[in-house]
Design a protein around this ligand. Structure first.
Ligand SMILES: [Zn+2]
Ligand SMILES: [Zn+2]
Length: 112
């Protein structure tokens, strides 16, 4: 049992360790890293820094990340991620999943 590094529940399968300072502070989308203008709450993540637990509210593009942003986020992540090369990366999978979601969203908006 390795419970020395317990990772609390996080929204949308987000691993808080992969988030940047700007994402944790709500300046950028926690899903795709775009600077936020309109935003929607995603929930909170809790990061442990030594003995201190800090909870951050996360924000994402409203109403959804655009296809362009989602795709760029997936590529940017995969380029620097060891786990993605072996095909076992939850973060990479989440980013890839955001892409078809964004496409559906854009189509829905286009249809009125
Ligand atoms: Zn986004
Ligand atoms: Zn990855």
């Amino acid at each position: 049992m390795a419970d020395t590094h317990h990772i609390p529940e996080s929204p949308a399968g987000i691993d808080p360790a992969t988030l940047t300072h700007e994402q944790l502070h709500g300046w950028r989308c926690a899903l795709c890293g775009t600077l936020l203008t309109g935003d929607r709450p995603l929930g909170t993540v809790t990061l442990s820094q030594g003995p201190t637990l800090t909870t951050y509210p996360l924000w994402a593009c409203d109403p959804n990340c655009t296809t362009e942003n989602a795709w760029r986020a997936a590529l940017t992540h995969a380029a620097g991620c060891e786990a993605c090369r072996t095909g076992e990366c939850a973060t990479g999978q989440r980013l890839l999943d955001a892409y078809p979601t964004a496409i559906r969203q854009e189509h829905a908006e286009g249809a009125g």
